[in-house]
Design a protein around this ligand. Structure first.
Ligand code: PBG
Length: 331
């Protein structure tokens, strides 16, 4: 860099719309988005979630409609989360292994409606199925045990893959689960089912509305700090990512999103692999609250935050704003 003012005027390229377009370094498109959807029992159910204004739980039929909508909007992938009926929750989360559970029915219905036009990402963790709201099996002392939990998560992943899931996304943060799930997928005829691991998932205060949506908030005793990461740590995130990649993850996720873009950037620079981020429920609610309070224009806030993920190095973003953002981007 040799030029200096006035030969160099950085405002020169910003002076008109065409020039700003020409010099834009980062582009956000609908194909960067993954749309998380909440599934519930019933027919034609559209149940608003109070703490996630604008987001609903849909019954399986509605989920298929949302998936069709995603295809039309150019969104390549949906992520599914079940609101398991209270009567089907148990200490061991056995409903996660039921081939006819909400998740599996939703997967099949989407496949029926959209064929191979959409990717279906499924969350592997037991919290939507347990009476204690923890992601794994709990021992007498209340500790979430690792290896026993991994064995169940493997069966959960196989159950989802058998129903037709395209991407298995373990969000549980147990040690060794990516390797165990990869091996099981290979040995059971699912060599092309991907694993997107929630590699750097933090014990965050931003998950509250999600726990309302899947009905686990009131059930959860204590916290998830013995398995989810300490928000203070970044080097540890790199170790988590390295381990998951060695174990066979096809892509990795950082979660939450905006407060952790430094982690996204460090992971991207270090490993040069596809990195995704999850703009989680509390971030969504924060943007909606800011817009409702007049602190900013909703559409502009949505697009700016999603663009920031791309700039930080993300291949894509899981966001509850996916459909709205895609509509804005499609003009
Ligand atoms: C559960 C899971 C959580 C989220 C995704 N999968 C919550 C948690 O770990 O307690 C949070 C997503 C969000 O807040 O939008 N394993």
């Amino acid at each position: 860099m040799t030029a200096s003012y006035p030969n160099l005027r950085l405002r020169r390229t910003r002076a008109s719309g065409w020039s700003r377009a020409l010099h834009r370094e980062t582009v956000l498109t609908p194909s960067d988005l993954i749309w998380p959807l909440f599934v519930t029992e019933g027919d034609e159910v559209d149940e608003p979630i109070a703490s996630l204004p604008g987001v609903s739980r849909w019954s399986v039929d509605g989920i298929a409609s949302r998936a069709r909508e995603a295809v039309e909007l150019g969104i390549p992938c949906v992520a599914l989360f079940p609101n398991t009926p209270a009567g089907k929750r148990s200490d061991d989360g056995a409903e996660a292994l039921n081939p006819d559970n909400l998740m599996c029915r939703a997967i099949k219905e989407i496949r029926e409606a959209c064929g191979a036009d959409i990717g279906i990402l499924t969350d592997v963790a037991l919290d939507p199925y347990t009476t204690h709201g923890q992601d794994g099996l709990v021992d007498a002392a209340g500790y979430v045990t690792n290896d026993d939990t991994v064995a169940v998560l493997v069966d959960q992943a196989l159950n989802q893959a058998a129903a037709g899931a395209d991407i298995i996304a373990p969000s549980d943060m147990m040690d060794g689960r990516v390797h165990a799930i990869r091996m099981a997928l290979e040995m059971n005829g699912h060599p092309n089912v991907q694993i997107m691991s929630y590699a750097a998932k933090y014990a965050s205060a931003f998950y509250g509305p999600f726990r309302d949506a899947v009905g686990s908030r009131g059930l959860l005793k204590g916290d998830k700090k013995t398995y989810q990461m300490d928000p203070a740590n970044a080097e540890e995130a790199l170790r988590e990512v390295e381990l998951d990649l060695r174990e066979g993850a096809d892509s990795v996720m950082v979660k939450p999103g905006l407060p952790y873009l430094d982690i996204v950037r460090r992971v991207k620079e270090r490993f040069e692999v596809p990195v995704f981020a999850y703009q989680v429920s509390g971030e969504y609610a924060m943007i909606e609250a800011a817009a409702a309070a007049g602190a900013g224009h909703r559409d502009a806030l949505v697009l700016e935050t999603l663009l920031a993920f791309k700039r930080a190095g993300c291949a894509g973003v899981l966001t509850y704003h996916a459909a709205h953002a895609a509509r804005l981007l499609n003009g």
